[in-house]
Design a binder for this molecule. Structure first.
Ligand code: CTP
Length: 408
């Protein structure tokens, strides 16, 4: 196995007096072997110079969304840099997280580099708030913190004590060592899939009726792509076998594009020997036209019957020939969720089935969110509350990592 690259942290710095402590935090993170990309808000540069941070991290410090016009970096590349930075890093750590930044994150505002990149960042976010006690206790700030916590954001601090403004109470930035430890805890977890080769199927399949028409379904591929992206970020080598979807491939993932269930089956089987974890997310067509027409069908008949034949169940085939592999399936149901999912888990010899009710508005096939139940042999079903598909992906991968650790 190639040596895993150092975990990469974006260190976002808000404009507060505690910004001076971020220099020490940057030093500690670098000392722990992390690559640190500093991003400062404009106000932060009033408290700490970018030069200090670039000296400590050996990185160009990002301070604005656009390079000044006329400068060589004022290219499209710099205009979309926030996306690159978001996708290349493993953790977004913001210290100090000011009241203003918490509000902007909670509202999804995108007024500068840090807040815009935050929206594009798919991984875990760790916030170290620092502000005056009254600002921290304000119902608006507390509501923002509650909302962010509910969305899965992690917090470290604030500590209580004497503040720069002279007040006593909660609002002090947590000590840099405590922030670095909280960052490490999230980053170490993040490389828990190093050494695994994970093959995922994703998206729908298309089964030809004639050269221009297909039988397909509403799968968007979003859940499978989110899992592929998160698995890669957590250190796995990822092979993604994808039906036709309108999504850009995740970075650093090997993408095999297919159309039909038969092509998906062949692609999976051709790579199975390398695989330690198989995750069948695709909504594979269960039936295909038995005899697709060679020419486009004409509208000449008053009724048209198309004979369908079953496709091969890819997940069941992988489950039959399981070996030491961990096998994960999905069960999209419109009723009797737990019963049907457990039946599928047993029938297809899966270690884990991710069950979700389809038909709930906003969740399931096309939405950006999902709500699932994790079903394992001999364990209580574990509900995972409704959240963004990237967050759900991490919870599924937590279960995968845990099951792999038990197998070892
Ligand atoms: N699956 C597969 N190959 C197929 C059909 C399904 O690999 N030909 C996998 C899916 O990727 C998913 C799981 O099987 O992980 C369950 O798919 P689902 O369509 O919910 O179940 P079916 O077995 O098709 O059962 P039913 O249609 O009766 O609900």
């Amino acid at each position: 196995m190639p040596k895993a690259a150092a975990p990469r942290v974006i260190l976002g710095i808000g404009g507060g007096i505690a910004a001076y402590k971020s220099a020490e935090l940057a030093r500690l993170l670098v000392q722990q072997g992390y690559e640190v990309q500093p991003v400062m808000t404009r106000a932060a540069t009033e408290f700490l110079t970018p030069l200090t941070l670039s000296s400590l991290t050996h990185k160009r410090v990002i301070t604005s969304l656009f390079a000044p016009a006329g400068q060589p970096e004022a290219t499209l590349a710099s205009a979309i840099e926030h996306i690159g930075v978001a996708l290349e890093n493993d953790l977004l750590l913001v210290a100090p997280a000011t009241a203003d930044l918490l509000a902007q994150f909670a509202q999804g505002l995108a007024g500068d580099f840090l807040t815009t990149m935050h929206l594009a960042f798919p991984g875990p976010v760790l916030l170290a708030p620092a502000m005056n006690t009254n600002m921290w206790n304000h119902p608006a700030t507390q509501a923002n913190v509650a909302l962010l916590r509910a969305r899965g954001y992690h917090f470290v601090g604030p500590a209580a004590g004497e503040l720069a403004c002279g007040m006593e109470g909660p609002g002090r930035l947590a000590e840099p060592a405590a922030i670095a430890a909280a960052a490490s805890a999230l980053l170490d977890k993040k490389h828990d899939l190093a050494g695994e080769t994970i093959l995922l199927t994703a998206g729908p399949t298309q089964e030809p009726i004639d050269p221009v028409r297909v039988i397909t379904n509403r799968s968007s591929g979003k859940m499978g792509y989110a899992l592929a992206q998160r698995a890669q970020a957590r250190g796995a080598r990822v092979i993604l076998v994808s039906g036709p979807v309108a999504l850009s491939p995740p970075a650093n993932v090997e993408l095999l594009r297919v159309e039909t269930a038969a092509q998906m089956y062949d692609a999976v089987m051709s790579r199975l020997a390398e695989v330690s974890v198989f995750i069948g997310v695709a909504a594979v067509a269960d039936y295909r036209p038995a005899r697709p027409a060679a020419e486009k069908l004409k509208k000449s008949v008053s009724a048209l019957a198309i004979e369908l034949e079953p496709t091969t169940d890819i997940l069941a085939a992988v489950g039959r020939d399981k070996g030491h592999r961990l096998v994960v399936g999905f069960a999209a149901e419109t009723g009797n969720l737990l019963g049907e999912a457990e039946r599928k888990r047993e029938a297809k010899n899966c270690d884990l089935v991710v069950a979700n009710l389809v038909g709930a508005p906003g969740a399931g096939f096309e939405g950006d969110e999902n709500e699932v139940v994790l079903i394992r042999r001999g364990q209580q079903p574990e509900p995972v509350a409704r959240a963004a598909k990237t967050v759900i992906a991490d919870r599924i991968l937590d279960a995968v990592a845990d099951l792999r650790a038990r197998q070892a």
